[in-house]
Design a protein around this ligand. Structure first.
Ligand SMILES: Nc1ncnc2c1ncn2[C@@H]1O[C@H](COP(=O)(O)OP(=O)(O)OP(=O)(O)O)[C@@H](O)[C@H]1O
Ligand SMILES: Nc1ncnc2c1ncn2[C@@H]1O[C@H](COP(=O)(O)OP(=O)(O)OP(=O)(O)O)[C@@H](O)[C@H]1O
Ligand SMILES: [Mg+2]
Ligand SMILES: [Mg+2]
Lengths: 257, 257
């Protein structure tokens, strides 16, 4: 029974997509059957992992709104045998409004992907930078949240809003929603700001914070322009090594549980 | 008659808030009567410019949904005589759904702020990282858009969606909406990626791209944790000098027009 993880944080540009793509690829390298769902109308996970716009058929929008079975929209074995991807396009933005009038509107995604869950060991969902109905659907569909936390001030400030939303979901449509981890991203050990945010996060979240920290590494920012996960673009880079270490840490946490 | 500029880009983390706060402060230093409107439920512009949570009375939400006159919600003379701010809090997120049922829902902000327009030379609106109803309201209320463009791949990729939305607004509720400028942000001259994105942007936008480029500068990321614009936190920094230069460039463009 695949574990579903929502990669969520309403603060923009904190590394949600970079984490979703590269953690998914690293898990696939570690022989975990992995599905990456792009739930962001920007479609960055779709282009960054290497699905060209012209190859896209059905999308997350179709699965959510038109009842398309996910297995008809999923692209299989991207770069690795164990990496499948459900792509998104900008028309997903329409779902924010179209979902409003549906009965149990926030549980639409959970119902839509229930049928494919058993084919995977882990399902990662890349969320948009907002706490609207699309992100709500991801939090209701998920077993847990993985929170990428950029080591900067506004990102830390926004955490309380995210945690408040997670609590609302736990008190409502998804009582078993957990937080599987907080991942520090774009960390620069030379900067006071980075060190300070990391200390604050560990004080606040304790062991939930991954031991592995993702450093600021230009190869991670270059990889999407080559439409490849970092494990393919530059496996020896610090960025690739860090995401591989996160994958191992996550697998160990699940084994230990 | 104040010119209204929406600082917009649905891509997260590209420097919208950093530009809104620091351009507003620089314009105030240059004796332009300036209003900064925070239209993002994250409230980063509100905290970053220095309005503590406990000092906030009425907000952008009240002006938009409850019909509160903006002059009752505006905080005057923040750090500079010519800098006023209309603050936001997380309850603004509710407006995304509440606006759906209003008649002429996308023109609500334009009507709400019409009465204060004449008191200012320039009004800057910090937009959230999405193309939903709140951002739509900002584009309809604005005379023009200022597009912060982070010098990275996903930011460049997202431009076509933003331009498509601007065209929709021009063909509908706001035919005179212009683009007053594209501002390159977090530019690092040592990186190929930065130089490449800058070249692509100038090829595409020509003179609309500001000559001034905002460098990646840690002082800009530190300033919000001290609740001050960069012009107050560290006026000698490269970040402060760059935003001052953008303010001058913008004023010159308006004078020349
Ligand atoms: N560790 C890193 N080192 C350097 N650059 C990074 C790193 N992580 C992400 N980036 C770059 O920073 C930018 C923001 O990252 P990304 O797009 O993954 O964030 P996001 O949270 O998904 O953004 P959005 O809120 O728009 O969805 C991208 O240009 C990305 O390539
Ligand atoms: N030129 C710069 N140099 C260094 N850091 C910067 C610069 N501009 C912005 N930052 C930092 O980068 C992060 C993203 O910037 P900011 O929050 O202004 O972007 P945004 O587009 O408003 O994000 P959102 O999409 O969440 O609203 C912040 O932590 C900010 O302090
Ligand atoms: Mg993203
Ligand atoms: Mg912002």
């Amino acid at each position: 029974m695949g574990r579903i993880l929502a990669i969520a944080n309403q603060k923009g540009g904190v590394g949600k997509t970079t984490t979703a793509i590269n953690l998914a690829a690293s898990l696939a390298v570690a022989e975990q059957r992995t599905l990456l769902i792009d739930a962001d109308p920007q479609g960055n996970a779709t282009s960054g992992v290497g699905i060209p716009r012209e190859d896209i058929g059905s999308t997350t929008y179709d699965v959510l709104i038109n009842g398309t079975p996910p297995e008809l929209a999923i692209h299989r074995k991207l770069h690795f045998d164990h990496l499948d991807v459900l792509p998104a396009t900008p028309d997903l933005a329409g779902a924010e409004v179209e979902l409003v009038d549906l009965p149990s509107r926030e549980a639409t995604l959970r119902a839509a992907i229930a049928g494919v869950r058993d084919r995977y060991d882990i399902i990662l969902i890349d969320c948009p930078p907002s706490l609207g109905l699309i992100t709500l659907n991801c939090l209701v569909a998920a077993d847990a949240v993985l929170i990428p936390l950029q080591c900067e001030y506004y990102a830390l400030e926004g955490l309380s809003q995210l945690l408040a939303t997670i609590r609302l979901v736990q008190n409502g449509p998804n009582p078993t929603l957990g937080v599987d981890g907080v991942l520090l991203t774009m960390y620069d050990a030379r900067l006071n700001l980075s060190r300070q945010v990391a200390t604050d996060a560990r004080d606040h979240f304790g062991d939930t914070v991954f031991r592995t920290v993702i450093p600021r590494n230009i190869r991670l920012a270059e990889a999407p322009s080559f439409a490849k996960p970092i494990a393919v673009y530059d496996a020896a880079s610090q960025g690739a090594q860090a995401y591989m270490a996160v994958a191992r840490e996550l697998i160990d946490r699940y084994r230990a549980a």
